[in-house]
Design a protein around this ligand. Structure first.
Ligand code: NOJ
Ligand code: NOJ
Length: 626
């Protein structure tokens, strides 16, 4: 079956060589291409396999998720060598980022999965572990058991990219809620989670604080990937705050400093992925950072390392070239044609083979760049990016080539880069088995799939690269008011606020069920009151009762409920309050009209005793207005 695949792939490589052999720019771009493109047809099938592969790995309904709580994403079903049957904040956020994109682009089936993920993250933020608690560094904990329990074995921790990636994913969904008339849900459910993550970043981004393990979980040093995704998160977190009538002053104070620090990874010819290691620093860490901070509406800006920027293109060449001579499967592939790409050349983890997600990232950056050039209407080649361009377009010289004044050159360069990107996709296609499954790695010797099976992140990486190839792009995030750097970088930090995100009730989505481990009785329980009460505009439902937490029957001191999940068919009001375990009390709901007048529920009072069950720290009361 491999031979069939080779037949599909070879014509494209042959085309690549042909394009180099014949004199540019006289060749008309797409004219010589086989039609239909075999990559198009492979991707048509592979994207649906990949989407199913992602969904199979998300609890509680996924095919591979026995024992996984709702909304949790497993890294892979593999339980040994390597054991990836855990949920990583990074892998989960990147996966859901891809699903949110697909949802926004029209796949409405994904909404419930996204909402369950968000509810699960609200819960995970409250889980204390070896990295700390909510306000004490706990958000940097990289992985948890699949029921949300803290993993307390030895691990590279903390990892500071997780909160940033999660914030970016949640912000993308919040933007959709806002543009679909559901700002109140963005405010009540999403914002509290995002705010905690932003606080973690603004407090912990700088190099002087201890523990900064990079995305590969190995190196305790500053990491380009981490810094660049942190910058993005605080910028768009601040934008979201403004849209929701919230504020993030720490985002505003820290963003320019994070951007300032980001510049320090640039060596002049490539991005040094990790500062202070003995490695070369050429690492797909940087390409991943670039694709996950792509802004489709901006220029080829060097300071934010946009995919089409001279820096990012020079880096693409440096990183991908570092794999040309080290893998047998890359031998004989000419400069300017795509190769299999791994994490970094010195890698020995699970054999240190090429990775699907790294090879896909190399394609994705180039599709992003092509998108940006088309949008801007020109390509600028500088001395920094010249060597990159020469590989794929040998007659390249520094200058600006616009679609208006030099349309042939513009078209030929974009076609050459697109073709180069397709080469990386074809490399993945060539080494993907016929069932379309994607492991973590493929053999440097012969391309056999290796390491963790059905890696969720591999599937997500396939989906985003394929989307970019079809010019499907995520939302813009850059804010020009936070895009200039101070003249001197200072390793600052800004603390707080943190608060438990207790609201996780989405209209129409079953509440997240998190299976808790053996434990002690909590001292207090977060009690969520929900009441079905049909109300009129201007009405507000409160709950009042016989204990201080419920205002001691004083109508002004009860708990005000939220209508964020209210619909005419499910007129639910809800709100949460922390009450000591075992407390017995009476309560009633009241409806406060716009003019201040109060209507009480009918007698008798309702009664409740707060549970004292081991491990139960939340309780939900479901009432109907009487
Ligand atoms: C497990 C991590 O997931 C992987 O990235 C790392 O390379 C190995 N540990 C070795 O440290
Ligand atoms: C190892 C990778 O290096 C790391 O980035 C990832 O989070 C875990 N595997 C789980 O997929």
């Amino acid at each position: 079956m491999i031979s069939t695949r080779l037949i599909l792939v070879l014509p494209l490589y042959a085309l690549g060589f042909l394009q180099i052999a014949i004199a540019w720019p006289s060749v008309e771009p797409l004219a010589a291409r086989a039609s239909p493109d075999p990559l198009d047809s492979w991707l048509a099938t592979e994207t649906s396999t990949a989407l199913q592969g992602v969904l199979d790995n998300i609890g509680s309904g996924g095919a591979n998720t026995a024992g996984v709580s709702s909304g949790f994403v497993i890294a892979s079903p593999s339980k040994s060598n390597p054991d990836y049957f855990y949920t990583w904040t990074r892998d989960s956020a990147l996966t859901l980022k891809c699903l949110v994109e697909a949802f926004v682009a029209g796949n409405t089936n994904l909404q419930q999965t996204i909402q369950q993920y968000i509810s699960a993250q609200a819960y995970l933020q409250t889980v204390s572990g070896l990295s700390g608690g909510l306000a004490t560094g706990g958000l940097g904990e990289p992985k948890y058991y699949v029921n949300g329990t803290a993993f307390t074995g030895p691990w590279g921790r903390p990892q500071k990219d997780g909160p940033a990636l999660r914030a970016t994913t949640l912000i993308a969904f919040a933007k959709w809620l806002i543009s679909n008339g559901q700002s109140s849900l963005a405010n009540s459910i999403v914002w509290p989670i995002v705010q905690n993550d932003l606080s973690y970043i603004t407090q912990n981004w700088n190099t002087s604080t201890f523990g900064k393990t990079d995305l590969w979980e190995e190196v305790d040093s500053s990491s380009f990937f981490t810094t660049t995704v942190q910058y993005r998160a605080v910028v768009e977190g601040n934008t979201l705050a403004k849209q929701l009538n919230q504020t993030c002053p720490n985002c505003v104070s820290q963003a320019p400093q994070i951007l300032c620090f980001l510049q320090s990874y640039w060596t002049g010819s490539f991005i040094l992925a990790n500062v202070g290691t003995s490695r070369t620093g050429k690492d797909t860490n940087s390409i991943l950072g670039i694709i996950h901070t792509f802004d489709p509406n901006t220029s080829c800006d060097d300071s934010t390392f946009q995919p089409c920027s001279p820096r990012a293109l020079a880096n693409h060449k440096a990183v991908t070239d570092s794999f040309r001579s080290i893998y047998n499967i890359n031998s004989g592939i000419a400069q300017g044609s795509a190769v299999a790409v791994g994490r970094y050349a010195e890698d020995i983890y699970q054999g240190g083979h090429p990775w699907y997600l790294c090879t896909l990232a190399a394609a994705e950056q180039l599709y992003d760049a092509v998108y940006q050039w088309n949008k801007i209407g020109s390509i600028t080649i500088t001395t920094v990016s010249l060597a990159f361009f020469k590989d794929v377009y040998p007659s390249a010289t520094p200058g600006t080539y616009s679609s208006a004044y030099t349309p042939t050159t513009f078209a030929n360069i974009t076609a050459a880069v697109k073709n180069y990107a397709d080469g990386y996709m074809n490399m993945v296609a060539k080494y993907t088995p016929n069932d379309g499954s994607l492991t973590e790695q493929f053999s440097r010797l012969d391309g056999t799939p290796l390491s963790a099976s059905a890696l969720t992140w591999s599937y997500a990486a396939l989906l985003t690269a394929a989307a970019r190839r079809s010019s499907v792009v995520p939302a813009s995030w850059i804010d020009s008011s936070l895009n200039s750097t101070p003249s001197v970088c200072v390793a600052t930090s800004a603390t707080g606020p943190y608060s438990t995100a207790t609201n996780t009730v989405w209209p129409g989505t079953p509440p997240a069920t998190t299976t808790r481990p053996p434990c002690t009785t909590p001292s207090a329980v977060t009690v969520t009151f929900t009441v079905l009460a049909t109300t009129n505009l201007g009405d507000t439902i409160h709950v009042v009762g016989s204990i201080p937490a419920l205002g001691n029957w004083n109508i002004n001191n009860g708990v005000t409920l939220s209508p964020a999940a209210y619909t005419s068919s499910n007129p639910v009001w809800f709100g949460s309050v922390s009450i000591a375990s075992g407390t017995s009390f009476q309560y009633k709901y009241i409806n406060q009209h716009a003019d201040g007048s109060i209507v009480w529920e009918s007698d008798p009072n309702q009664s409740l005793t707060v549970p004292t069950d081991c491990g139960v720290s939340t309780a939900t009361i479901n009432d109907s207005w009487r």
